[in-house]
Write a protein that binds this ligand. Structure first.
Ligand code: ADP
Ligand code: MG
Ligand code: MG
Length: 211
């Protein structure tokens, strides 16, 4: 039975950071060809700050922790991703409330709230070539497995594979939002950097939960 604890969530943040550090050049290059080149720096700055706050976050419920994460990202990260992640985490905090653990259904509710807040804040939808495509792909396949009463391992696998497919789908998309929209080819032929870093997060979360 899946029980996501806040200790595991912090482990997930560390796991994601390790992956992000490894992919610095790749992410920077993706945002250089489709945007302004700062996406890696923005993500690194925000999530590094979260790791610094680890000992404060450890004592919190999920609701409190997500709220603090949202406020920290919002105030640390200057780019669009700062506002979008900030809004996502703050909405997620309200949705989960003051609980100590998340089961698979609650995790899906959290991710759905996170996705909805990003779509509203960014005035964007699936297909616009953004981080939304990854998250939407993951949440949809996860919910489908939950509806089939699949076991937690299958639900988590679906979250990861749906997110991967969502990320990959951004490659041939024309951007309708974000800086890639202003490129002459609208980013066609390159993955969206925000979709890639969103996938790294979902991958890290699933890997921590399955280990
Ligand atoms: P900026 O574009 O301000 O430099 P970042 O480089 O940190 O910010 O983030 C860029 C990423 O943000 C894009 O790759 C895309 O995934 C995402 N993004 C940009 N605009 C939007 C939007 N309106 N809605 C959802 N996601 C967006
Ligand atoms: Mg950028
Ligand atoms: Mg920028």
């Amino acid at each position: 039975q899946l029980k996501l604890t806040n200790e595991q969530y912090l482990l997930y943040l560390v796991t994601f950071m390790k992956k992000l550090e490894k992919e610095k050049d790749y992410i920077t290059q993706l945002d250089s060809v489709t945007g302004d080149g700062d996406h890696w720096v923005n993500m690194d700055m925000g999530f590094r700050k979260l790791i610094d706050q680890k000992s404060d976050l450890e004592a919190l419920t999920f609701g409190e922790m997500f709220k603090k994460i949202g406020m920290t990202i919002m105030s640390t990260v200057g780019g669009s991703s700062g506002v979008l992640y900030g809004s996502g985490y703050i909405r997620a905090a309200q949705t989960v409330g003051d609980v100590q653990e998340l089961d698979a259904t609650k995790l899906a509710d959290m991710l759905q709230a996170f996705l909805n807040a990003i779509m509203e804040r960014g005035k964007a939808k699936p297909g616009d070539k953004t981080m939304i495509d990854t998250l939407h792909g993951g949440v949809e396949s996860m919910r489908q497995k939950l509806a089939e009463n699949a076991d937690d391992a299958a639900v988590l696998q679906a979250l990861k594979s749906g997110a991967l497919a969502g990320m990959e789908s951004t490659k041939e998309m024309e951007a309708a939002k974000g800086r890639a929209y202003y490129q002459t080819n609208k980013g066609v032929g390159n993955l969206d950097p925000g979709a890639v870093t969103m996938y790294y997060q979902i991958e890290a979360l699933v890997d921590v939960l399955m280990s």
